[in-house]
Design a binder for this molecule. Structure first.
Ligand code: FPP
Length: 259
């Protein structure tokens, strides 16, 4: 079997996605399958977060966005929500050195004001401390929903029009992008969902318009560097056409600035 560094070197020889989004699914099933409490799946899933983030940075992905807690996840049993919040806090405190030491910029998207203070505080601290870093941008989607993000963007546009700062005719794709929570991030090239489910589940609905979707059967706690490499290799096999013909797409520069 090829070593992980050999596999990573092979990947680096071809164009990589600039921005990868991951829907980390299957923690509950992983735990239940072992007769463990669901929370145990989330705990081991945090180790996958560490390993996958390291691998993405090593191969040169510019931006990695992890769907860690959706707007809809608040409806889960209170003890599971509390355990996830505890894990997030623990992650932010424990990973501080690794993030800062590797030049990673930590970012977050979502209705962050809904997070408890004991998560918001270390999140904001690390966000501020890492803001000038120019390595990979790691975005945690927390209390995040794509529809909620679109509503927030629409509200901001309506406010600008209402106050006379903006003409309706000046509303453009570029303006919408600038008012989304993901403003400034590269376009999403690849979305990975683990655990065999084939849905977007409210994840970056606008941003994924031209993203390649790769579905892995592996449950998130078992999804590590090797599995990420497999998904990146699957992406490299895809032909991206952006609405054009196959022949036209051959002439496209791969790293398009916007999709
Ligand atoms: C979905 O699996 C996963 C989540 C709702 C939470 C993801 C959280 C982590 C991976 C750990 C904490 C995050 C960080 C960034 C440290 P599920 O519980 O819906 O799985 P199931 O479909 O098998 O029930």
């Amino acid at each position: 079997m090829e070593s992980i560094s050999e596999l990573e070197s092979r990947l680096k020889a071809r164009p990589l996605p600039r921005h990868v989004g991951i829907i980390m699914d299957g923690n509950g099933r992983w735990a239940e399958g072992r007769g463990l409490p669901r929370v145990e799946g989330h705990r081991v899933g945090s180790d996958s977060v560490r390993e996958v983030t390291r691998c993405a940075r090593r191969v040169g992905v510019e931006a990695l966005t992890l769907y860690a807690f959706s707007s809809q996840n608040w409806a889960r049993p209170a003890d599971e929500v509390a355990a996830l919040m505890d894990l997030l806090r623990e992650y932010l405190l424990k990973e501080r050195e690794e993030i800062l030491g590797n030049g990673i910029k930590l970012n977050a998207i979502g209705e962050l004001d809904k997070l408890p203070k004991y998560v918001r505080e270390p999140l904001e601290a690390l966000r501020a401390e890492s803001a000038a870093n120019t390595g990979m941008t790691l975005t945690l989607a927390l209390s995040y929903g794509g529809r909620e993000e679109l509503v927030s963007m629409a509200r901001r546009i309506a406010e600008k029009i209402h106050s006379g700062q903006l003409e309706p005719a000046a509303v453009s794709e570029a303006l919408v992008e600038a008012l989304l929570w993901t403003a400034g991030l590269p376009p999403v090239d690849l979305v990975i969902r683990t655990s065999g489910e084939r849905r977007l589940s409210n994840f970056m609905l606008w941003q994924t318009a031209y993203a390649e979707l790769v579905f892995s059967e592996i449950l998130w706690p078992d999804f590590r560097a090797r599995e990420l490499v497999d998904c990146l290799a699957a992406f490299q096999q895809r032909e991206r056409r952006f609405g054009m013909t196959g022949a036209q797409a051959q002439t496209l520069p791969f790293r398009r600035k916007s999709s």
